[in-house]
Design a protein around this ligand. Structure first.
Ligand code: ATP
Ligand code: MG
Length: 443
């Protein structure tokens, strides 16, 4: 993408309304624009990040055996009356009346709808287990939308729902999501610590929240320092092997980690030696529940057993805050100059800076390299604008692409470009002829 033809409205000054760094940087780099309180447009740069996050979430859900569907944002109130949540949900639910005076709502979550969908489509125990998910916009009329996309009113969520025949099967389904969440966050360069959670209005007894540590997080968290030494890489796992799955779950849940609501100081002291006890703040980026027949009972979601009887399906639900993650990644990865994107979610792989746009030799070298890198499958933001060098450097640092390739008349004389790593700040001269092979993606 040529910057001269792109739409990336950079703000010169820090927006006053932004209280935390991710919100400030998302507004400054023109990633998002607030349309009304807690409701955002995703501009081109932000949209690319959102789609990358979404795609990682999707790949890891699929890998764990979940099947993608898409449910609507607008739901009828009928199913919510059946489950009893129409009244319980309170003011967070945006209620709408259609032209026929029917009560509708903008979905804050989808347990009712998916349970009804599954009820209609599954007859016997042979149709189990299944896990269905979608990635869809939700609306919750939060009292205090703030921190940009971190606590929006309209936000993008991945929500998966498991359907099982036996409690053991349900635990396996829960474990698969647990492990897939670890992998999902690791791919984005995040350590999201699974913490024991309250089950809240959804109910049930098995629940974990995944939190990344950040001073600006809304939750107070207490955890064992050992988490720092754990394997957060994308380990491989055989999801079909219940023992392998539960071994990983046990490994992560055997260490103390709790949000303030669930924290018991005496347990913390009993289980963790003093030099390993840490407290801080965290951002919730995912939440998983197993709630058994809480929805299948009222919504009549039963299957036939082998003996010909009827039993309610056992379910769990599993959410990831896709749009919140865009902000959370920035909270975890930035410096004074701007964002530092992990490669997996960066809006572009490389920023190519033409230091002397208008100079025919420099233009020709940059254009050629831009074409070659693009043909090699790399996503390049090509700064071909004729601004001053200082402004170009600052802008490229601000938007935080992992790599910068800088070309001007001086480096060109030796047939070189300067390659800068945004994260480490390291710069080196690389022969122009060797650049494409250096960056070309393997496989
Ligand atoms: P929170 O405690 O932050 O209000 P929640 O517990 O109500 O979140 P869940 O119902 O567990 O949220 O939703 C699943 C995920 O969706 C959360 O872990 C979070 O990452 C994301 N999420 C929830 N509410 C919002 C919001 N208002 N804006 C952006 N993301 C959100
Ligand atoms: Mg939650």
């Amino acid at each position: 993408m040529r910057l001269s033809q792109y739409f990336m409205p950079i703000l010169r000054d820090d927006p006053k309304e932004a209280e935390i760094v991710s919100h400030r940087l998302m507004l400054r780099t023109g990633m998002v624009r607030q349309e009304s309180a807690g409701i955002y447009s995703w501009l081109p740069l932000g949209f690319r990040v959102l789609k990358k996050i979404e795609q990682i979430v999707r790949q890891e859900q699929n890998r764990a055996g979940a099947i993608e569907v898409l449910m609507p944002t607008i739901q009828s109130a009928d199913l919510w009356r059946k489950s009893g949540r129409y009244d319980d949900y309170g003011k967070e639910m945006l209620r709408i009346t259609d032209r026929h005076d029917r009560d509708m709502l903008y979905g804050p979550t989808n347990e009712e709808m998916i349970t009804d969908m599954f009820r209609a489509g599954a007859q016997s125990y042979k149709d189990l287990p299944r896990n269905l998910y979608h990635i869809q916009w939700k609306f919750r009329d939060e009292v205090r939308p703030r921190f940009g996309v971190m606590r929006g009113r309209e936000f993008l969520m991945k929500d998966a729902y498991s359907f099982d025949y036996t409690a053991d099967g349900g635990r396996h389904s829960y474990g698969k999501m647990f492990v897939s969440y670890l992998r999902t966050y690791a791919r984005m360069g995040l350590k999201a610590i699974p913490m024991q959670a309250e089950t809240g209005p959804i109910g049930g007894d098995l629940s974990h929240e995944f939190l990344i540590l950040a001073d600006t997080g809304e939750s107070e968290v207490h955890f064992d320092r050992d988490f720092y030494d754990m394997d957060w890489s994308e380990f491989t796992i055989d999801y079909d092997d219940p023992q392998a799955v539960s071994a990983i779950v046990n490994d992560y849940t055997s260490k103390y980690a709790a949000t303030d609501d669930m924290h018991v100081e005496a347990d913390f002291h009993a289980r963790v030696p003093q030099d390993r006890r840490l407290s801080g703040r965290g951002i919730e980026v995912g939440h998983i529940f197993f709630f058994g027949d809480k929805y299948s009972q009222p919504l009549d979601c039963f299957v036939q057993t082998a003996e010909g009887g009827n039993v309610p399906i056992l379910s769990g639900s599993y959410g990831i805050g896709v749009s919140r993650l865009a902000g959370a990644v920035i909270e975890a990865s930035h410096d004074e100059a701007g964002i530092i994107w992990p490669e997996a979610v960066a809006p572009f792989d490389i920023g190519l800076i033409n230091l002397k746009a208008g100079d025919s030799a420099t233009d020709a070298a940059c254009d050629k390299l831009y074409g070659e890198l693009s043909s090699a499958g790399l996503e390049v933001l090509y700064d071909d604008k004729d601004d001053r060098a200082g402004g170009k450097f600052a802008r490229m640092d601000l938007i935080g692409l992992p790599w910068q390739i800088i070309i001007g008349p001086r480096s060109l004389k030796d047939g070189n470009a300067e390659v800068k790593n945004r994260k480490t700040g390291e710069r080196e001269n690389v022969a122009l002829s060797g650049i494409v092979s250096r960056f070309a993606k393997q496989g």
